[in-house]
Design a protein around this ligand. Structure first.
Ligand code: DON
Length: 305
């Protein structure tokens, strides 16, 4: 399939919607509130390395919760099934930053893609000796280009991260966080503040459509085939929070979104895709990014179903 004309068409269809269909950039992190909503990028990489992109695909943005896929991959690779002693695998049916389930479920987060779950993953990674620089090394190695933090976003996350601080302390009170809460949150805030563009993320995620093989030459293996199947399953059921059912219905692909407006999507054995547009819908997913994925699924007929 020739994907470039499809991405060009989607870009042309999306742009007139800037400012027309609601949505708002994330405002609870001041550094994100300043991003212009009138931006849209889309990029893909096929399993055999063909790339296509359109719009603002080269513009850097804050990856935010898209990073949760990559930290989960690291933790699964390092800990195997031991990871699931601390984190569940069920959709939460609650907003991504909710505290309510944690009380009833003794500090064990429902899944690794809500904030509590990602903070629990960060705790596991701190125990395994991972530091902020290791996250950059991983992302750079996966996308083949140097990747950095947006320091302003990292600071902004930390000074306004009252809910995340509460989540971490709450889990600690149940004995579910082993390390110093500040050290765990520092890793979590930095993973959110990684800056990448659509093309880099489509490349970095491409082990997810290649049964774990490294995006470029297959080596070293990023994760096992079974681990990748499970990550894709979690992306489908939990990757877009409270909208996961609707996303499975209307897009039919495993996705992971972030409040920076980025979304990665996987077509197993075919390609990975990244869309970005900063204005979010009420569930915290990119409004136009989701629209673009819906158009892509409709134009190509690609679906895991
Ligand atoms: O924890 C937070 O609030 C953000 N740094 C990341 C949240 C996020 O991207 C959730 N996604 N939709």
């Amino acid at each position: 399939m020739n994907y470039q004309p499809i991405l060009d068409e989607i870009d042309a269809l999306i742009r007139p919607s800037f400012g027309q269909c609601g949505g708002a950039v994330a405002s609870y992190i001041p550094a994100l509130a300043r991003v212009s909503p009138a931006q849209f990028g889309i990029a893909l990489r096929t399993c055999d390395g063909v790339e296509a992109s359109a719009g603002d695909a080269a513009t850097l943005f804050s990856v935010q919760s898209v990073s949760k896929v990559f930290t989960l991959t690291l933790a699964m690779r390092r800990l195997g099934d031991r990871l699931w002693e601390r984190i569940g695998r069920e959709p939460s049916g609650n907003p991504f930053n909710s505290l309510v389930q944690l009380e009833n479920e003794q500090g064990k987060p429902r899944n690794p893609f809500i904030n509590a779950g990602a903070i629990a993953v960060a705790d596991r990674l701190v125990s395994e000796g991972y530091a902020n620089a290791d996250l950059l090394a991983l992302m750079s190695q996966l996308c083949g280009e140097p990747v950095g933090f947006d320091d302003e976003v990292a600071v902004s996350e930390a000074v306004t991260g009252f809910r995340n601080i509460a989540l971490a302390n709450f889990m600690k009170s149940f004995g579910k966080i082993d390390n110093d809460v500040n050290a765990v949150l520092d890793l979590y805030f930095h993973q959110c503040a990684i800056r990448m563009n659509c093309l880099q993320l489509a490349r970095a995620a491409s082990y997810l459509c290649r049964d774990g093989a490294h995006p470029f030459d297959g080596n070293p293996e990023v994760a096992s085939a079974t681990q990748v199947h499970r990550i894709n399953a979690l992306m489908l059921t939990c990757g877009t929070y409270d909208a996961a059912g609707d996303v499975a219905f209307s897009i039919g692909l495993p996705c992971k979104s972030g409040v920076g407006g980025g979304v990665i999507a996987v077509v197993p054995d075919r390609l990975t895709l990244c869309v970005w547009s900063p204005a979010l819908d009420p569930t915290g997913n990119s409004l136009l990014g989701m629209k673009a994925l819906e158009l892509f699924a409709a134009r190509t007929g690609l679906s895991i179903f």
